[in-house]
Structure formats: C-alpha cells, structure tokens
Design a binder for this molecule. Structure first.
Ligand code: BMA
Length: 319
C-alpha cells in the first residue's frame, strides 16, 4: 500500500450501522440525560454493553444492555447495574467509561472503570462471572487516571494494564504491571501525543485490546483542541504479542472520526468515543461500540483482517 492507498483504506475501514444511534436516553427504563461510552463483550451468543448513563444531577453510573444480534432489540436493566457508593471516598461522584476483558486465569470478566473519587478520577477494577453480581476490588492507581483495560493474561508472570494518567498536565497512554492485580509498578509510557497531528493534545485507550496473530490491536482516541473545542477521533496501534510494552505500528491518520449529525451535535459535539469491541472470527467481523457526542451509543462494523492489513501497512514505531 502506498500512502494514498493507506489513507483510502483508513477511510473505508469502518461502516456505520444504518440504524444508528442504537441506544438513546429515550430507550432507558428510568430517567437519564444521556447514555454513552459502553464497554462491550460477547457472552454466550449475546452482546452485552455496559453503558455509562448520566443522570440529571450530572453524575454517571453503569447499566447493562443486551441484544442477540448486537444491533437491535436491546434489553436494558430496569435500574442501574453498578452505582457509585456515595459513602465511599473512592467512588464518591460517579462511575464512568468502563472496559471489559475476559481474564483467562480467573475465568471471570474484569471490568475496569473510572471511579470519580474525592481526589479526582481514577481507575477501579471489578470482576464478575455473570454481570449480575460484581466483586469490587478497589482502585488500582492514584488519580488522575482514566481509560484503562487489562490484558486477558500475564506476560512473564505479570498482569498488564493500559491506562491514561495525567502527568505534568500531559495525557499519554501508559502500561503498568502487577503480580496480583493489586500492586502496580514498572510504569512505562506507551503511546504519546504527537505534536502537530490530529492526536496532539490527548490520547487514551479506546476499546479492550484485540489479540491477532500479528499482535495486539489497540484502538485509542486522540484529541485535538481547536478554537471550536476538542475533536475526538480514533487511531490504531499494534503491540507485540508477547511484549505488549513494545509498540510495533501506529496509524498516521485517524481511522474513524465524527462526521454524522449524531456525532457532531450533542452535549459535547464532535466526539466519537469507542470503548468496546466484539469480534466474530468465523465471519471476520468486528462491531465497535462508541459514544456519539456524549449523548447516545452507536455502532460501526469492519473486517478484522482488513484492520490487521491496514495496521501492518502503518508506520513502524521507533522505541
Ligand atoms: C473524556 C471522557 C469521556 C467523554 C469525553 C468527551 O475526557 O470524560 O467520558 O466522552 O471526554 O467529552
């Protein structure tokens, strides 16, 4: 692929579902202002979304929606599935933006989410087998931190976590390691903002990492601040399969950005915020779920092999 072919491929990777947005506040069984930024996973043959809902105080909680085909006929929990505990300093204000990964060793799903603590946003972990009962394991790292997800298994004996701390006012993606999912260290900057680019002001993990033969596909959101506000778009990286702290490839261009009216206009306009992806290897398809303009949830689909092909055609990253 030459550069122009690669840009064309980036533009064509994802196709929006014609029924977008698939979930809005009006679909909810109880009053909310908006719904956005869902974690996504397939359990048995069902698609589960753990959506962030903002109530009319401006506080968020997480609620589960399920569908057989991942596009229509959503069954939504009648009340919040995971609420912030107002008596806990750790999650005083809200629960936001979760990601889900299947933990192979624990044989449970690991849910990393933002808990808005007294001291600012931070990353917490809960585990569940069934999305009905949840064991909350507490915060993983100090504030200010967001956009986190575990990998499904250990690397050289240690679990790995991608997250996005704010350090010296800068928002880069980091990777940290733990022997027990509780004590974290060996923190390393993984993916940085790029001066001049569409992702020059902030980057953060989008969906949970996707394992392929070529490496881990890690989608991330990139932000550019403009005179009209921040624009949130999606980029792609490929991490080494055995050593995920090594970034092999990174897309030059964004691969998905706000263009439809429901992505451009809302509580926060010009935002696409993918946070969950489901993969069906038999049909070579992925469904990517995203918050649109901090108001609704939408979905776009792509061919997994074309994403990998595009990632392999993207520039190599120097250490
Ligand atoms: C980020 C997060 C997301 C939100 C996005 C756009 O910082 O707070 O939840 O969707 O901003 O407003």
């Amino acid at each position: 692929m030459n550069e122009l072919e690669r840009q064309q491929a980036a533009y064509e990777l994802f196709t929006r579902y014609e029924g977008n947005p698939i979930l809005t506040a009006k679909d909810w069984p109880y009053p909310i202002n908006s719904v956005m930024n869902p974690a996504a996973v397939k359990m048995n043959s069902e698609t589960l979304l753990l959506a962030r809902c903002e109530d009319m105080r401006g506080f968020s909680h997480l609620t589960l929606a399920r569908s057989d085909d991942g596009f229509t006929n959503w069954t939504i929990d009648q009340q919040p599935t995971m609420q912030a505990d107002p008596h806990s300093r750790e999650e005083r204000w809200a629960l936001e933006d979760s990601r889900i990964i299947w933990l192979e060793e624990q044989k449970q799903y690991g849910i990393t989410y933002v808990s808005f603590s007294d001291g600012g946003p931070t990353v917490s972990l809960a585990i569940t087998k069934n999305f009905k009962t949840f064991a909350r394991l507490g915060t993983l790292l100090p504030p200010e931190d967001k956009d986190a997800c575990l990998f499904p298994r250990r690397f050289r004996g240690r679990f790995a976590l991608i997250h996005r701390p704010i350090v010296r006012g800068e928002a880069h993606m980091w990777i940290s390691f733990s022997p027990d999912l509780k004590h974290w260290g060996d923190h390393r900057a993984l993916i940085r903002t790029r001066p001049g680019y569409w992702d020059c002001h902030r980057v953060g993990l989008a969906c949970q990492p996707v394992e392929t033969e070529e490496g881990w596909l890690v989608f991330y959101h990139g932000v550019r601040n403009t005179t009209a506000g921040a624009v949130y778009r999606l980029g792609l990286t490929l991490l080494d399969l055995e050593e995920p702290w090594r970034v092999l490839r990174r897309s030059d261009e964004w691969i998905f950005g706000p263009s439809e009216i429901y992505e451009r206009v809302g509580d926060v306009g010009d935002v696409v915020f993918p946070s969950g992806i489901t993969v069906t290897k038999e049909t070579d398809t992925v469904n990517m779920y995203y918050g649109a303009a901090d108001c609704t949830i939408a979905v776009a689909s792509a061919s997994l092999s074309r994403i990998v092909e595009y990632a392999m055609a993207s520039p190599e990253v120097e250490d």
